[in-house]
Design a protein around this ligand. Structure first.
Ligand code: ATP
Length: 456
């Protein structure tokens, strides 16, 4: 359905760019500034909580219903809908009690708590209509899924893999520091600008609960940690094994760490290791739980990346490598794959590592957190080529001075040792959300690229 010449305040809708379980995303242009925006229309669910499928129906049906309602709204107002803008601070300060009445505001509230980070999509305005809420955000032309699978953008450039992965980690780390756990980290929810900077979006499944409910499937199956699917309660005996104690073994933040491990595989191997981290339903995952070296048989991993992944993809959520450690290890790794262009990658100099992981855009003259006035211009980003050139220059300087690359840069800060030592040679209430399958699944099934054939 097209909304030609339809406007919401000064935003002219040009096309639909996304469709999900709870909303539709449109591309729009501000008729005054000509700046591009993405506008997500989130369905207003009036009762209970967002996880309860109040209206029933599948994603397609819901989207069609929302589109129909929007079409009526535009028709009734001669194509120009004028809507009030909701004060962002008041949304950010909403309580659980508020969310019970307005569940769809939770996504916006949690997103607002962290959108100051340079790698998280900025929200500019929230507009309220009688049928849905519109979130006005920065627009980005592509997503990480398209970039990895369709454009094969990362197959030859290890530094780009590092840059993108570290930016994602930095965004997730910032969320965790602010008590927000994304719970749906996947390539479709990571957008890219023209300079290969990443932007995290879609906080629809995020939570502030420190522990997730085990054995509750939410998110995309490829990226879902095993404890979401079938947590081995036998390993955690005790009288309250099905209750509080079991839950306490599943920190929400560690679920995101698992998803990051799968994304690292996507970036380096253009594959997914399994369809679902479920021993009963997925043979590859079953074999992985028996013998972690299966990863090396099904994916072209270097020894270093295998070792790193085996520390991230720990079945026991509490044993997973910390995000900080993961970032440092990826920064210092010198090989992603056992052959091809990613078999040799330079370690990052500290300055570049800091640039990638800084929450603030340090390429600006006066770095500060992003500002959110309506007229803001797009921030300036240095191109990835600049960064890559800097790494090459640094490597040249290091070899000229006869020093080992990264470790020699900052011996006095302690940063040095943590980097070089880790170089690896060798009350979440979203319980009833549908188990959303990633686009990856569709695509990989089409291309017969998934690794499950190993076990057939
Ligand atoms: N700011 C943006 N710029 C460009 N495209 C966007 C933006 N936000 C979302 N999209 C596109 O719209 C799609 C759906 O958006 P989003 O994931 O926020 O909606 P959703 O209803 O929660 O989807 P899902 O149910 O798949 O998680 C994204 O995968 C992306 O392709």
């Amino acid at each position: 359905m097209k909304f030609e010449d339809c406007r919401i305040n000064s935003y002219l809708i040009t096309s639909q760019i996304g469709e999900g379980a709870y909303g539709l995303v449109y591309h729009a242009i501000d008729i005054h500034t000509h700046k591009e925006y993405a506008i997500k229309a989130v369905v207003q669910s009036s009762s209970a909580s967002r996880d309860v499928d109040v209206d029933g129906g599948g994603t397609f049906e819901k989207s069609a219903r929302l589109q129909g309602r929007l079409a009526r709204l535009f028709k009734e107002s001669n194509n120009i809908v004028r809507l009030p803008s909701i004060d962002l601070e008041s949304i950010e300060n909403m309580s659980e009690e508020n969310f019970r009445k307005l569940p769809h505001y939770k996504e916006i509230c949690l997103h607002l708590k962290v959108h100051h980070h340079k790698n998280i999509v900025t929200i500019y305005e929230v507009l309220q209509s009688s049928i849905c809420t519109f979130i006005v955000m920065d627009y980005y032309p592509t997503d990480l899924f398209t970039s990895i699978v369709d454009n094969k953008h990362f197959t030859t450039n290890g530094l780009l893999v590092k840059k993108v992965f570290l930016q994602i980690c930095s965004a997730i780390n910032y969320c965790h520091e602010h008590g927000v756990y994304h719970c749906d980290v996947k390539p479709e929810n990571l957008l890219l600008d023209a300079e290969d900077n990443v932007f995290l979006c879609d906080f629809g499944l995020s939570t502030t609960s420190t522990y997730i409910e085990p054995n509750v499937c939410i998110g995309s199956s490829y990226y879902m940690p095993p404890e979401r699917i079938s947590f081995d309660s036998g390993k955690y005996p005790g009288p309250k094994v099905r209750g509080h104690k079991l839950k306490k073994n599943c920190p929400s933040c560690n679920g995101d760490l698992w998803s990051l491990g799968i994304i690292l595989i996507n970036l380096t191997c253009i594959r997914n290791p399994w369809l679902k981290a479920d021993k009963k339903e997925d043979n590859t995952f079953y074999y992985f739980t028996k013998d972690v070296t299966v990863l090396k048989q099904i994916l072209p991993l270097s020894d270093a990346l295998f070792l790193l992944l085996s520390k991230i993809l720990q079945l026991d959520p509490k044993k997973r490598m910390s995000l900080q450690r993961m970032m440092k290890e990826v920064s210092s790794i010198t090989s992603f794959t056992n052959g091809g262009p990613l078999s040799k990658v330079p370690p990052l100099p500290r300055s570049i590592y800091e640039k990638f992981t800084d929450p603030v855009d340090t390429t600006k003259k006066n770095p500060s957190f992003k500002q959110y006035t309506h007229t803001d211009e797009k921030p300036f980003y240095s191109s990835s080529t600049d960064e890559i050139d800097q790494v090459k220059e640094q490597e040249q300087e290091d070899s000229d001075s006869g020093s080992g690359s990264f470790g020699t840069l900052d011996t006095d800060t302690g940063f040095h040792s943590s980097f070089t030592n880790t170089s690896c040679d060798s009350d979440n209430d979203l319980t009833k959300l549908p188990n959303k399958m990633s686009l990856f699944e569709k695509k990989f099934n089409e291309l017969h690229m998934n690794a499950s054939s190993l076990t057939n």
